[in-house]
Design a protein around this ligand. Structure first.
Ligand SMILES: [Zn+2]
Length: 425
């Protein structure tokens, strides 16, 4: 499989296919051009009349932006030449061949990759188990191998890969693209992820972000939050974190750690958290806390159902086992899940009053526990938040599930191709 050669006048592309020392310049677009590009990309194709109807710009402005997008090779006419004498309007679509982009979602125990063209057509998708504790050199080396494999499999030249978006499970200084003291990633602190990947793919821009941020972005571009501009995506897994979308864009805060809700204190007499503080939400409601409470109940003889799962697993329990046991009617499991949901709901209720999001999406491994967790979270949020804040707000499970990260990483890669300039009228 191969895709057509990129347009020659596309400023973002290296004209010479020999390996460049630095990535080519990003494409400069006016703010309105970008909005029109995004709209066309989302719809697949659009006519000028549709764009005039749906965007707050004059026909003249739309004409000018489309002309600029055509000239930059970002958009192409679709269906031109198909006329049979009627008055069919010209439609425009994104010029997929202008760039290849890759999304890389590095989890604590897995790595997921996808390769797509600029229009969003997926060429390859790969995933395999991985251990971030193996360190960045080994893991990013493997990421490089897998990307090369995907390019070769599609008969695609590596020079056409112009952007890579990477999600990692730890706090990221987004401007530097580096992890800052990640608790579960020894050896990654300050490691130059961008430079390492660019050494292997010199034509590609690389952006690195926290995994929850890219999950939020994924849900926005391809999941349940397509029409939501203010979103909180909560990942409940080994830890708890939130990605915040504000006016459709990731809100990272001053240093990149906005949304780190797992370390909000929910009980001053609670257990010690891995961060060193006491009674953090994460220490009391995330996957390990759920599994530990269930294991304790099983071994103390309080739940024969949990004990059965414990023994069937060979001496351990996972959060989903607690979900299965709750489904079988085990009151202890139901209590454990409700307790976790209520703690998460308490924190979210405060966030709802503070931020007034249009939607809260719950994702991460622990969300596989099922509806009891979701209903417990909902119950507290609706009870504890201001009625006006919850009137139109939905709290749902992630629609993309395990695909949220890689989808968001690809969206990050696309965004990172552009330099968006201010208003021009
Ligand atoms: Zn903590």
């Amino acid at each position: 499989m191969s895709i057509p050669l990129p347009l020659q006048d596309m400023t973002v592309l290296p004209h010479d296919n020999s390996a460049a020392a630095i990535p080519p310049q990003r494409v400069a677009v006016a703010w309105q051009e970008k909005e029109i590009f995004d709209r066309i990309r989302r719809q697949g194709e659009a006519t000028k009349a549709e764009l005039v109807n749906r965007l707050p710009y004059s026909r003249t402005k739309i004409n000018q932006c489309i002309a600029d997008l055509l000239e930059k090779g970002l958009v192409k006419t679709a269906g031109a030449g198909d006329y049979t004498g009627g008055r069919r309007a010209v439609t425009y679509s994104v010029n997929g061949s202008a760039a290849l982009v890759a999304g890389v979602d590095i989890g604590a125990t897995s790595v997921d990759l996808a390769l797509a063209d600029l229009a969003g057509k997926i060429y390859a998708r790969l995933g395999e188990p991985a251990d971030v504790r193996d360190g960045p050199r080994l893991l990013l080396g493997r990421v490089g191998e897998l990307l090369e494999q995907m390019l070769a499999g599609g008969g695609l030249a590596r020079q056409r890969l112009l952007s890579i978006g990477v999600g990692v499970p730890g706090p990221v200084d987004f401007k530097l693209g580096k992890l800052v003291s990640p608790p579960i990633m020894p050896g990654w602190d300050g490691f130059p992820i961008i430079a390492t990947l660019q050494e292997r793919f010199p034509t590609a821009h690389v952006a690195v972000d926290n995994d929850v941020n890219i999950m939020a972005l994924g849900e926005k571009v391809g999941g349940a939050a397509r029409h939501v501009d203010n979103l909180i995506f909560v990942k409940i897994g080994t830890g708890i974190g939130a990605g915040i979308l504000c006016n459709g864009e990731i809100y990272r805060g001053s240093n990149g750690c906005a949304g780190d809700i797992g370390h909000i204190c929910v009980n001053k007499e609670g257990p010690i958290c891995r961060c060193g503080n006491i009674g953090c939400l994460e220490a009391m409601a995330a996957g390990p806390a759920i599994a530990a409470a269930a294991q304790k109940a099983a071994l103390e003889g309080k739940s024969p159902i949990l004990l059965r799962h414990y023994e069937a697993n060979g001496g351990f329990l996972r959060p989903e086992d607690v979900g299965y046991s709750a489904g079988e009617g085990d009151p202890v499991s139901i209590d454990i899940i409700r307790n976790s949901g209520h703690l998460v709901g308490d924190v979210l209720a405060s966030l709802v009053n503070f931020y007034n999001p249009g939607m809260i999406v719950i994702g991460g491994g622990v969300s596989k526990i099922g509806n009891l967790l979701l209903s417990s979270i909902r119950q507290v949020v609706l009870h504890r938040s201001l009625p006006l804040a919850t009137r139109d707000m939905r709290i749902i499970f992630s629609q993309l599930g395990d695909e949220a990260g890689v989808t968001g990483a690809m969206a990050l890669a696309v965004e990172n191709l552009f330099v968006v300039q201010g208003y021009s009228e």
